[in-house]
Design a protein. Structure first.
Lengths: 137, 137
DNA sequence: CTAACTCCTTTCATAAATAAAGTAAAACGG
DNA sequence: CCGTTTTACTTTATTTATGAAAGGAGTTAG
């Protein structure tokens, strides 16, 4: 399905998705059109889901990075899911997980005051345990 | 620092980082060169850290998505950090966190057999609790 | 053996990026 | 308050990349 050239292309686009097809082609020893065709195939097959940017969240004003373990009280998760949908500006990921907790909610916040307000609201729906990301090593 | 146009540009590039500067310019009511200058400034200031792609990890052969809570036994974390550096192909993120655990290790694996082998090695360095991501809602 | 398919290259028309020059408005200093 | 500088933009022109089309080599199936 995926050969070494495809892997190389994916690796290179992960590092810089705005590279030109011509330049990417030089790295994989193909012409521009051949490379563009490879990339189009990777898009069509769903291997490449999209093109995006890495944003510095601190410079965007989000200085607090939190991981919140969610323990749902009731069997109906919908109120919780509706709540975090409304709070999308703070939510990075909401993973449903096996293990001790039900969900692992990854969030970004501008300040501890906002964290406080968020958690106060959150506690209407679920129990939680809070972890703060200190560093990404 | 960042005006509404910058926010719009970041938002648009997050959705599609391969958009042309001309087309992006039309969305924010600027010419191509003016838009390119804005983007260059966002890069220089570090708000935009890079351009990347979203990859379907299942189609890349990584069907298991795990979150591993790490509890270091010893005060010296270096053996653990060296270990995960060697296992980079499986590691998505390694967050140092406050709260109950010391690190939260996010990984991808091709199979449960590989998870098993990874955890067996991991247990030489730290204690852990394993969560498996069932869904990303 | 041949037809169909895949994957590539080459060529060429079109479109975008980039560099340079010029303009207008805002900010700054005397 | 006025002249200067800076900033942010547009316009123009050149360079460069994209994308479509045609064609060729290697592979596979009938």
């Amino acid at each position: 399905m995926l050969d070494n050239t495809d892997i190389f292309i994916i690796d290179e686009l992960s590092r810089n998705s705005r590279i030109t097809m011509k330049e990417l082609g030089e790295k994989v020893h193909l012409t521009g059109p051949a490379t563009a065709a490879r990339v189009a195939k990777l898009e069509d097959s769903g291997v490449i889901e999209g093109y995006t940017i890495k944003v510095n969240q601190v410079k965007m004003g989000y200085s607090v990075h939190a991981i919140i373990h969610i323990f749902t009280k009731s069997t109906n998760h919908q109120p919780y899911l509706s709540f975090i949908k409304k709070q999308a500006q703070y939510v990075i990921n909401n993973y449903k997980v096996s293990g001790e907790s039900c969900y692992m909610l990854e969030c970004k916040f501008p300040s501890n005051e906002i964290v406080d307000a968020f958690l106060t609201d959150l506690s209407n729906y679920v129990s939680y345990k809070l972890s703060i990301v200190i560093n990404k090593e």
